[in-house]
Design a protein around this ligand. Sequence first.
Ligand SMILES: [Zn+2]
Length: 332
Amino acid sequence: MNIKDFSKEDYWRTIILYGLNQATYKIALGQSLIRFSQQQKNIVTINELAEDFFDMYKERLKRGKPQLATPNRQTAMERIVNLYNIGKLTRSQAVDKVEKDAFNDVIDRFHNVDNLQIPMSFYEKTDKGIVIFDNVYDIFSDKKNNKLRNELDARWDLLESAFEIKRTNSKLVNDLRKLYLVNGYARTDITKNRNVLNGYQNNVCFYCGELMTEDDVHVDHVIPRQFMNHDDIWNLVLSHGFCNLHKSDNLPDRHYIEKLIERNEYFIKSNHPISNKLKEQLGNTAKQRKVTIYRIYEHATRVLSPWNGIHGYNPVTDPFYKTFIRNILMNK
Ligand SMILES: [Zn+2]
């Protein structure tokens, strides 16, 4: 689409629907523009706009949803409405405060989407307030554009929900980090596990399925130590230095976790000396152990970035996997 094919509705929608909004101010200003233009009121003082904002947020905040993406912080509008609600501000004091603190640069930046200036304006700023252009009236007096107004409401709902999720997550991430930190323990010499682990891996890298040479065998935490804060053997595997580095402090795909669970179960079934340790760490039954590892994995997905594994690696062609399947079939 060429830029001249854009209608004023398109520009309106671009402003409302696109761009990274860190707060809900832009949506609120859109609502005010529509309301004033429908009252045929084009010249709006900053005080009238502040009044409109205050009334709008006073209603809106009754739903108890956040208006800002940043956790543990509030928008100026939320602070002002709270002060009004607990009787610390009169209505006119609150409106004055909105005028002074709350607009920030929203009036200047309404027409920007991701730092680009939209080549159509819906109002202009003056010394005393704003002058709303007729295009706003045109758009919303047209019945076929009713859905644009609903879109504005929906966008506000959507932003609030997105902010809420972000906040819940950030609290959860902090709680999880603390939990694993408290239950963790100091670093141990994990290379001592190398022979035990290799008894099962047969010099094949856990992540890429290729052979490892003697001088390039790393003991790796499948769920990164950075998150686990311990060196329990159920979480240790052998890998190439390269694969280890490639994975870094990221969380491997679920199929590696399945493989890890199967690996641990193999040790237990074969009555390997470490099987008691695995039971101690993860639980007495296969089901408990699986649940434990998946619970930790789900927690880790909240905190760490994902790692898709080594490109081209297919668990089915992995000699480790094939050995494993063969062993299962033989033991049936
Ligand atoms: Zn590898």
